[in-house]
Design a protein. Sequence first.
Length: 319
Amino acid sequence: MRHVGRPALLLSGALFLLPPLTPAHAAPPPPPAPAAGSATDADTAANTDTDTYWTADRMRAARAVRAEPASRAGRAAAAAVATAPSKPSAGLPLVGTFFWSDAKGAGHFCGGTVVNSPGRNLVMSAGHCFDGKTARPNLAFVPQYDDGKKPYGSYAVKPGGVFIDQRYLTRGRDAAAGLDFNFIQLAPRDGKNVQDAVGGADPLFDAGYEHDPVRLVGYPSDQPHPLECTDRTERFDSPSPGIPGSFLRIECDAYSGGSSGGPFLVRSDSGWGVVGVIGGWKTGGDTDDVSYSPYLGEDARALYDRATGGSPATPSGAR
């Protein structure tokens, strides 16, 4: 099961805000960063603080945020499914994971993918990874994290930079499982936006359910390295009235708690495209060996437009 704890947001009207923080495919050569995304003194300070805080020892010691392995019954059911093998890897520059700290120690949760955007500063993850009501100190995104290594440093989340559809919070994880995605704006680091440092994937909307091959990348909390698997996706129509909708489904083994938010990647004209994130049906699935994603349709496109335009993350319409 890919369920994690309830992190990092303050609600302000329809925009889900984070208050100021307290302190394999190579990326192509980046074009010059646009002036619109240039660093401010506050951005620089935030990233200096998170980079200083997140040492290799702290990241290795980071405890999972309520990572829950599959149940015994779930594992038994999954054993009958011919899942594709997964393996540890060095990861991809545009895929990373999140860290935060609390009074009891460091936390490690969820994956995310840098997606191409006008501001060159946007990460896509799962909605349930950021649907809490309190701030997370030292919250940072670490691209291509691997066993204490952060080859591109860490990027602080911009205050007010988390965009989630209001209906996901209002209805809850089951009733709004089809809206289990988000977009997160990151502060520049050393005057450079994250997309300029690591590249980005195209967010692919209304791309259908069936894709082959699909590269699944995740950060299970019980493993020190990124986990990768290649398989195909198929359409899964929910049999439960309490979890309505249709989802992408992929059979890859060992994607346990913490892997939420990891991307379903396909090849695109610019390199990689994202057709899903681990989430949706039962926040990604109730066994380690079968993962799900919400369908990225017009609701996801509308949220992306708001995140790139800087307007409030309001719902695209009542349903």
